[in-house]
Design a protein around this ligand. Structure first.
Ligand SMILES: [Cu+2]
Length: 374
């Protein structure tokens, strides 16, 4: 870093000296000879520079494709992710195609029609056919993309209770995530930040008088069953956060004072994604770097194993970068087994009147779950 800064300073000093020499030269010139007007050789020189710039931007594009394609996300692990990716790739392809052609034309014409002594520009006021073509093509392409995008967006954002979705609350606060399951009845109990009671370990502010809250399960690791739709209800305790689950192509803001929603169906388990060639390759590259760190005795150098993550994607404060939660996608049986091992809100909350509330649960079969001693 210091070397880079030194180099930058040296380059800037060099440029400053060069500019000062130019000013000095200009001040020495005779006023009769006006060199501010470009001559044929200046124009030709600039024409070639344009060509060089074109080669530079194409070169850097090819280089970026070759070097950085591997850092892209692996194949989507959610039901809607495929369509989402397709929309993005088609948009990219169109932008890439148009930019390649227009940049080539721009720079080529810049060179071809450079200033030459005696050359005069052709003037014509307008050309209806040309204007029609360059208006109608973008109109059709953009309208197509926008309509397709709206259709995809509506599909993804259609959050409903069809297909018996699993209800999960994601609770954001500076700087961590907490998840809550509805428990046996799959219904989340009422909650409000005003009911947060740290003394009683009621960290999410669940309403203790709401029977639906009793069997709610609060966890710090998000488990999801593969193939089942999950409806997320998001809350924030303090500032704007954003629940971002990149591998599932999912993101939704968490806003204080309101509940926002997102829904998706995970399609690839954690075990399966770990065998994905892109993921295997990424893990290999990361662990090669970590092995170097280990040799140097640096921290965080133990071998890394891939896991899905929930990240915060709004800059919400100084530890925003570290606001994440592990996501495990597993089979329905594994998920049910894991969930059964978790303690319910009633079992974890510290209170004297909770027993009474437990007995009044209405009709729902809330058998006291056998407590697992760990
Ligand atoms: Cu955040």
């Amino acid at each position: 870093m210091t070397a880079l800064l030194t180099l930058t300073v040296l380059v800037l000093v060099g440029i400053a000296i060069w500019q000062m020499t130019k000013i000095f030269e200009l001040s020495q010139m005779k006023t009769a000879e006006n060199t501010e007007i470009a001559n044929d050789s200046d124009n030709k020189y600039n024409g070639y520079l344009l060509f060089m710039f074109l080669i530079f931007i194409y070169g850097i594009t090819i280089f970026s494709f070759a070097k950085y394609t591997k850092v892209l996300l692996p194949e989507a692990s959610s039901a809607h992710g495929g369509e989402y990716d397709q929309l993005m790739w088609v948009s990219f392809a169109i932008i890439f195609f148009v930019q390649t052609i227009t940049q080539a034309l721009l720079h080529y014409f810049g060179y071809k029609y450079r200033g030459e002594k005696g050359k005069k520009a052709l003037f014509f006021a307008d050309n209806d056919r040309l204007e029609f073509i360059w208006t109608i093509i973008p109109v059709i392409v953009l309208a197509g993309l926008i309509l397709w995008g709206l259709y995809t967006w509506t599909n993804i954002m259609d959050i409903n209770d069809e297909d018996d979705p699993l209800i999960v609350e994601l609770y954001a606060q500076q700087f961590n995530w907490t998840a809550r399951y509805g428990g046996q009845d799959n219904v989340l109990g009422d909650a409000s930040v005003r009911l947060i009671d740290i003394d009683k370990a009621n960290v999410l502010g669940l309403d203790e008088s709401d029977p639906n809250a009793e069997d709610d399960i609060i966890v710090k690791e998000l488990h999801l069953p593969v193939g089942r739709k999950v409806n997320f209800m998001m809350r924030s305790q303090d500032v704007l956060h954003s629940a971002y689950m990149p591998h599932f192509r999912a993101q939704m803001n968490c806003v204080p004072g309101m509940i926002t929603q997102f829904s998706f169906t995970p399609t690839v388990t954690t075990e399966e994604i770990r065998l994905n060639p892109d993921v295997v390759d990424k893990v290999k590259r990361t662990n090669a770097i970590r092995a170097e760190w280990a040799a140097e005795g640096k921290p965080n150098s133990e071998p890394w194993v891939f896991d899905y993550v929930l990240l915060c994607n709004k800059i919400c404060g100084k530890s925003h970068y570290n606001m994440q939660m592990k996501i495990i996608v597993e089979t329905e049986e594994e998920f049910n087994k894991w969930l059964a091992e978790q303690k319910t809100f009633k079992e974890t909350v510290i209170g004297d009147d909770s027993e009474q509330a437990f007995n009044t649960s209405d009709g729902v079969d809330v058998e006291p779950e056998t407590e697992v001693v760990d």
